[in-house]
Ligand binder design. Structure first.
Ligand code: SAM
Length: 284
C-alpha cells in the first residue's frame, strides 16, 4: 500500500484528519525516506533523535539503521498509533511532548557528542524556534537534518550581499555550518502543502564561529542591522532595538575602518563580531 493510501486509511479508520495547526504534512514518497536517513550516515553507536514522528514513516526508516532512537511527538492521538507500531523495537523511546517545552539534556547522557544526530521533518509553524533550541545544545549534538520551507532554507544558507541574507543566516552560522542537501516538491507530502521544502544539514560547531565578548550586544546589533535592511548601518543601529551611544559607535567604525554607510546585509559575521567586541572594549 502506498504511503498516501496509508494516510487516507488512517483518516478513514479513525476519523482524524491531519492537523494543519500542528503542521501535519506527512512525507509520502517512499523513495525519499531512505535518502534522508542515509544523509545522516548513522553508525551503530549513534543516538538519533527524531522531532515530529507523525505516522512514523520516517521513523520506520530511522529504526532500520539506528540502535537507539528517541522520537518526540506532540499529538497524543498519533502517539497511540506510534506506540503500537514500534512496541517491538528495542531501544526505541517515544516521548509524547512539545519539543519546545522539553529539556533535551537527559537524552544525551552517556553519548559522545559526535554520535548524537537529530532528524526531523519539522512542522513549519515552529521550525525556527525548534532550530534555535537545538543550536543551544551545540555541546551535545553533532549534526541535524531538518526539513524547512525552501524559502527558509535559502535564508539559512545565504551569504552576505544576497537578498536572502539576514539575521537568521548569521544566527545559524554562529552555531553551525549549514548546507542544503535535498530539495522536495509539495507532491512528496500529504496533505500537499502550498510550498516546496528543502532538507538542511546543520553541522554544529562546538564553539561559535566568531569569538564574541557580549553575545546579547552582538545579536542586538545583527537584529538592528536587518530590521531596517534598506538603511545604512549607522542609521539602522541608531534606530534599532538597542539604545547605544552613537558617538562611541562612530568611533568604533573609524577604528575598524568599516564604512558606516554600508548596509547591514553586506557585513560578514566576523565584522559584526568586531563591531560588538570593539564597542564593548572601548566602553568597558
Ligand atoms: N515525520 C513525519 C513525516 O515525515 O511524515 C511527520 C512530519 S509532520 C511535517 C510534523 C510532525 O511534528 C507532526 O506529526 C506534528 O504533530 C509534530 N509536531 C508539531 N509540533 C510539534 C511540537 N511542538 N513538538 C513535537 N512534535 C510536534
Amino acid at each position: 500500500m502506498s504511503l498516501k493510501q496509508k494516510v487516507r486509511d488512517f483518516v478513514c479508520h479513525t476519523g482524524r484528519y491531519p492537523n494543519k495547526r500542528l503542521g501535519q504534512n506527512f512525507l509520502i514518497d517512499a523513495n525519499i525516506l531512505p535518502k534522508i536517513v542515509s544523509e545522516a550516515d548513522i553508525e551503530p553507536v549513534d543516538l538519533v533523535i527524531e522531532i515530529g514522528a507523525g505516522l512514523g514513516f520516517l521513523t520506520s526508516e530511522i529504526v532500520k539503521r539506528a540502535n537507539k532512537t528517541v522520537t518526540i511527538e506532540i499529538d497524543s492521538f498519533l502517539c497511540e498509533t506510534l506506540r503500537q507500531q514500534f512496541s517491538d523495537i528495542p531501544d526505541f523511546t517515544l516521548v509524547e511532548d512539545d519539543v519546545l517545552q522539553l529539556n533535551l539534556s537527559r537524552f544525551f547522557l552517556g553519548y559522545d557528542r559526535k554520535n548524537v544526530k537529530i532528524i526531523g521533518n519539522l512542522p513549519y509553524y515552529a521550525s525556527t524556534p525548534i532550530v534555535w533550541k537545538l543550536l543551544k545544545y551545540n555541546q551535545h549534538i553533532n549534526c541535524c537534518f531538518l526539513m524547512f520551507q525552501t524559502e527558509v532554507a535559502r535564508r539559512i544558507v545565504a551569504s552576505p550581499g544576497s537578498k536572502d541574507y539576514g539575521a537568521l543566516s548569521i544566527g545559524i552560522d554562529y552555531y553551525a555550518k549549514a548546507e542544503v542537501v535535498l530539495h522536495l516538491s509539495p507532491n512528496q507530502f500529504y496533505p500537499v502543502p502550498k510550498v516546496s521544502s528543502s532538507l538542511v544539514k546543520l553541522t554544529l560547531r562546538p564553539q561559535p564561529k566568531v569569538l564574541v565578548k557580549d553575545e546579547v550586544l552582538f545579536f542586538q546589533l545583527v537584529r538592528s542591522a536587518f530590521q531596517f535592511r534598506r538603511k545604512m548601518l549607522r542609521n539602522a543601529i541608531e534606530n534599532g532595538c538597542i539604545n547605544l551611544d552613537m558617538e562611541q559607535m562612530n568611533r568604533v567604525f573609524t577604528i575598524l575602518k568599516i564604512d558606516s554607510n554600508r548596509r547591514g546585509e553586506t557585513l560578514y559575521i566576523s565584522e559584526f563580531a568586531e563591531i560588538a567586541n570593539t564597542f564593548t572594549a572601548t566602553t568597558g
